[in-house]
Design a protein around this ligand. Structure first.
Ligand SMILES: [Zn+2]
Length: 309
């Protein structure tokens, strides 16, 4: 029979308590436990509503959908797992030794104040002028139609050169929501086939900040321990949005850290067997795979951590 202290959960709890550095990579599974639907559950309509050009084809439908998503996310109280993360990691976060990245756009991780956060696909809470929605080099008909619609709205005026991000304060605003230049606002959420340069720049900036942290961590990692907690990372998001920053990024970090003389543990929490069965190509890392929901995992961890204190 498996010894209590060597069970995967106990090993995960120990690793999380002892780690010098912690990187948390999360996806839809983390929010799903708060009652938010995953992409899989939202169905084909969602694909339609995730096209940036719909902003010009049907401004009200597009903006209403994203505003109602925003209100839904705000109304949903994040589950207790968020507090577990906060309690577990606060001290190390204050020392600059924790980073979070997520593909979720609900902004729930923003509640962990002071934790550096990279939102890979942006966040519904932020909106931006759509002036740079149409890529200059791309002459696809969908963008030509958008360009024509933009010209009509501008009526000879000029669009913003450097669109600014605005925080959607109320979320109950009347649509259409417009920028002072006359063009409609869009959420700072990466859509399918999205080429909005202003949005992409913003996402790249967040990614570059994370990369800086990673570089600094790798400089200091020799002789210390990094834990990567990969929790509820979805499959569809990675495939459809060609978002490879999820698990591949984790593996790259593991490899780099191992090469620099650090110790590494990857804790992979997921309900999806296929994701769990992927074997990371990082030699020398301790891998702990757990088939359970994000919330169940964090509840167990909270209990185990308490036992040790
Ligand atoms: Zn504008």
């Amino acid at each position: 029979m498996e010894n209590e202290s060597s069970s995967p959960l106990a090993r995960a709890a120990r690793a999380l308590m002892e780690a010098d550095w912690v990187l948390v990579a999360s996806g839809a599974g983390l929010s799903a436990d708060s009652g938010l639907e995953t992409y899989e559950a939202l169905g084909p309509d969602y694909d339609q509503l995730c096209r940036a050009e719909l902003l010009y084809e049907d401004t009200e439908r597009f903006q209403n959908f994203w505003l109602s998503s925003l209100l839904k996310y705000r109304a949903q109280v994040p589950h207790e797992g968020f507090q577990v993360l906060e309690g577990l990691l606060r001290e190390r976060a204050d020392m600059g030794r924790v980073y979070l990245y997520t593909s979720n756009v609900d902004g729930h991780l923003r509640q962990l104040r002071g934790f550096p956060l990279c939102e890979l696909h942006g966040c519904c809470e932020d909106w931006i002028c759509s002036a740079r929605l149409t890529p200059e080099a791309d002459h696809a008909p969908r963008w030509a139609r958008v360009r024509a619609a933009q010209e009509e709205l501008l009526r000879g005026g000029t669009a913003c050169r450097e669109p600014m991000t605005v925080r959607m304060e109320g979320g109950l605003e009347e649509v259409p929501l417009k920028c002072h230049c006359g063009l409609p606002l869009r959420p700072c959420v990466l859509m399918f086939g999205d080429e909005d340069e202003a949005l992409l720049q913003q996402l790249q900036k967040a990614w570059a900040q994370y990369q800086c942290w990673e570089d600094a961590m790798e400089e200091e990692i020799s002789g210390s321990h990094l834990v990567i907690l990969e929790i509820g990372v979805g499959r569809r998001v990675e495939v459809v949005r060609q978002e490879t920053k999820g698990s591949e990024e984790c593996e790259e970090v593991l490899r780099d850290v191992n090469d620099k003389g650090g110790r590494t543990t990857l804790i992979r929490v997921n309900l999806d067997e296929e994701i769990l069965s992927r074997t990371p190509a990082a030699h020398g890392s301790e891998i702990i795979s757990l088939k359970m929901s994000a919330l169940a995992f964090l509840r167990h961890i909270a209990q185990l951590v308490e036992l040790h204190q």
